[in-house]
Design a protein around this ligand. Sequence first.
Ligand code: SF4
Ligand code: SF4
Length: 275
Amino acid sequence: MDIARDTLQGWARTLALDLVGVASLDGYRDVEPQWNPLSILPTAKSVVVFGRSIPRSYFRGIEEGTLWMRVDRYLPPRPGYYLCRSLEDNGFLAVPCSPLAPERWPDGLPAEPGKPAPNVTPDIALAAQLAGLGEIGWNGAFLTPQFGPRQALGMLFTEAAIEPDEPFPSGRLCRREACLACARACPAGALSTTPSQRRAGTQTLSVGTFRQEACRLCVNGAWPDTSCDQAPPNRLAAACTRACIACLEDGGIVKTAYKAPFRRREAWSFNTFEG
Ligand code: SF4
Ligand code: SF4
């Protein structure tokens, strides 16, 4: 291996990151070129995914219905920049990837026949599951054993060979049809109890089907995706994901040191045109 895992973890610690994992490119064999890191860096050997926990307090005002704020799903560029620099200081090319809504792309012409059109945008939640950090839940949020849905993620691709993690097994955190607290918490009926299938490497995941047009107008804590007006909103602080925080913590699936539960009274919610 070109970079030891201890070295990578040390770099992550100095950047105050809580999570770091490595996905093998093997998990991208069936991923179309439009969403595949190998379209950006054909010589990539590793996909590095990293994250930082989001304090529970960021959700508090929205849970109370008294303070509206955006809770970011993605990290700002700085940690990715410094991880890329560390890799390049050791002689290995590294490309940071800023995730934007997949609905925005492609937006242009391929540079030559046979190439995907810009921009190629690998799915960060898929990368994080392949990197062993956690799993994509029924509500589409990325869930980790440490924080449930409460983390912001970043990603880079590198020519350095780094020992990969095993992909995270689906169903260890999200009990899917046996839970569905997220779908029941959506007053707009935008998140269905009916499953759709999606792939994560060799695994097939059941996730809830969304009615995007209902979700886009959510008045229950969602934040519009400003990168594309056709994209679903950032649902991290919306009723569906806050129900998931409560459900995972109350069920003991995500253990925290907080003295009081996240959910302290019945959740508020409005149907889209009541709000
Ligand atoms: S973001 Fe709002 S409308 Fe969409 S699934 Fe969540 S609660 Fe429902
Ligand atoms: S609320 Fe339950 S079913 Fe929904 S994502 Fe969270 S754990 Fe999965």
